[in-house]
Design a binder for this molecule. Structure first.
Ligand code: TYM
Length: 344
């Protein structure tokens, strides 16, 4: 990862990131987040990863059994993607109360205007904002607390979360300024690689998302080989052959998306991929892409299914991770209270 210039050297290099347990994991979550988490775990950072179950009830209250299942399935997804609970702290948010406690302080730091500018709030609340939950509006302050309660310095995310990490920086800056301290780090969003914004397979202008009503728009990490092949075969494309250079993809959102996915799955640059496949028709490229996707994803989905047979082990991992997380978060929260003047 690139080094941020504004991060004070006084802070330990620490990564924090989270994923919501809503619905099934998608290829977008894998390429934009999980695969990169597994890479950064092997670098020179402390790594903390979180299943953000408190975020997962902001849009709608979920069926309790579905939320519990999604939490365990996502934990299995983290582990199957290479997150090692011996190397990284892995836990679910609601087991560490310090997130919600710091979020309250940040609700008082963040301004209404900042929150109203969040594009995800505007998209998710839509025209019916009066009926959206207060939690959905305040969600970015909770996300800032997730990051800052660990003094995390680097936040690997997909492009859609960039604005929220920038808000986190604004909250840290205002807190530090208002109390005259250099207490919270100014965390860097880390948005790198060929697949920081994986698009829908049906519409190259829309993000691939768990919440898209069409299942054909996304590849789920739990899809079997036939389903993956059929979704890629039916993915929208244009009639032209693939170009030999990235410039040739500029006005071809669907073609660009499939090439980006291929590049990310095969750990190559887009340029290298196009050097090999330039001139090919989609009828030839799509089977190559589905073979690659099946080869990379099916070991993960098989391992997820295996882990899901051992829910006690998953729960033990989450409890142990939560204990480790609390050991880092509790002193940071205490110090925050002292800075504010809340008597301990
Ligand atoms: P969430 O759960 O929507 O997504 C989890 C991660 O997956 C990335 N992602 C994608 N990347 C590329 N292409 C896509 N189509 C795609 N869809 C999703 C997201 O960018 C994200 O990195 N608010 C966050 C969760 C969160 C968090 C945090 C993240 C809560 N607290 C603190 C970082 C730090 C969210 O809803 O992500």
């Amino acid at each position: 990862m690139t080094e941020g210039v504004q991060t004070s050297p006084a802070f330990t290099k620490r990564v924090f990131s989270g994923i919501q347990p809503t619905g099934h994991l998608t290829l977008g979550n894998y390429l934009g987040a999980l695969k990169r988490f597994a890479e950064v775990q092997e670098q020179d950072y402390e790594t903390i990863f979180c299943i953000v179950d408190q975020h997962a009830i902001t849009a709608t209250l979920q069926d309790p059994a579905a939320l519990a299942r999604a939490t365990r399935e996502l934990t299995a997804g983290f582990i199957a993607s290479g997150i090692d609970p011996e190397k990284s702290v892995l836990f679910n948010q609601s087991q560490v109360a310090e997130h919600a406690q710091l979020a309250w302080i940040f609700n008082c730091v963040a301004r209404m205007g900042w929150m109203q500018r969040m594009t995800q709030w505007k998209d998710k609340a839509g025209k019916n904002s009066q009926n959206a939950s207060l939690g959905l509006f305040a969600y970015p302050a909770l996300m800032a607390a997730d990051i800052l309660v660990y003094h995390a310095t680097h936040v690997p995310v997909g492009e859609d979360q960039k604005q929220h990490v920038e808000l986190t920086r604004d909250i840290a800056t205002k807190f530090n300024h208002d109390y005259g301290v250099d207490f919270f780090p100014i965390a860097e969003p880390v948005i790198e690689g060929a697949a920081t914004r994986v698009m829908s397979l049906r519409d190259g202008s829309k993000k691939m998302s768990k919440s898209d009503p069409s299942d054909m728009s996304r590849i789920n990490m739990t899809d079997d080989a036939d389903t993956i092949a059929s979704k890629i075969r039916k993915a929208r494309t244009d009639p032209d052959a693939l170009p030999s250079e990235a410039k040739g993809l500029e006005d071809r959102a669907e073609a660009r998306n499939l090439v980006n996915i291929y590049a990310a799955l095969s750990d190559q640059s887009v340029e290298d991929v196009l050097r090999d496949v330039g001139g090919k028709q989609f009828s030839e490229f799509k089977p190559m892409l589905s073979d690659l996707a099946v080869a990379k994803l099916s070991p993960i989905s098989t391992e997820m299914a295996r882990l899901m047979e051992h829910q006690d082990e998953i729960d033990t991992i989450l409890r142990k991770g939560a204990e480790q997380a609390r050991a880092i978060a509790a002193p940071i929260l205490s110090r925050t209270y002292e800075i504010i003047g809340m008597v301990r």
